[in-house]
Design a protein. Structure first.
Length: 183
């Protein structure tokens, strides 16, 4: 998804640059970009940031509206009554279960002392990952993500060189428009 985001950001910026072409061509370089050119650049980056916020807002909306799973309610929130009602509601096709708040509070208070789970310690961590099965799973997962990140982010280190080779360079630009379009 990061690659898609970078591609969409580049396309949006390219279209913004094309859209503000007339006001960007008035300045020969970035130092002489004043007045209308400066206002255009300001509008461009604000629009680009706004487009970047759209996926985050969509993700936030869905995160806030998706109900918790009964397993989470039971295991983490320690709310047995609500988890039971959520399972019953799921079986009947409803979104969430409805519980009697008084009975739920009584059960929650009574079960609170019995449901205290001890926090994991560093010793527990060492005990768990001293087993080859668990350690190999951790190393395999971390190693594959490391290799993916090196490949993904390593490509962006050479973007300037690659762009220069295919003709997108900022050396011989005659206006802010050409500079932004070739960046």
């Amino acid at each position: 998804m990061q690659g898609i985001g970078q591609l969409v950001a580049a396309l949006v910026m390219m279209f913004l640059t094309l859209g503000f072409k007339s006001s960007l061509e008035t300045a020969a370089d970035t130092k002489s970009c004043t007045g209308g050119c400066q206002v255009s650049v300001d509008k461009m980056w604000r629009t680009l940031i706004g487009f970047g916020a759209v996926p985050a807002c969509i993700a936030l909306y869905y995160r806030l509206t998706i109900p918790e799973t009964p397993r989470y309610t039971f295991d983490v929130a320690r709310d047995v009554e609500q988890a039971d009602e959520d399972v019953k509601a799921y079986m009947t096709g409803k979104r969430e279960g409805e519980t009697d708040e008084v009975a739920r509070a009584q059960v929650h208070q009574g079960a609170k002392a019995n449901l205290q789970v001890p926090k994991a310690s560093f010793r527990d961590f060492l005990k768990h990952y001293s087993k080859w099965k668990n350690a190999s799973l951790l190393l395999g997962t971390a190693g594959s993500w490391f290799c993916l990140d090196v490949a993904f982010y390593g490509l962006s280190l050479n973007n300037g060189t690659i762009l220069k080779v295919i003709g997108y360079s900022t050396k011989n630009t005659h206006s802010v428009y050409e500079y932004l379009y070739n960046t």
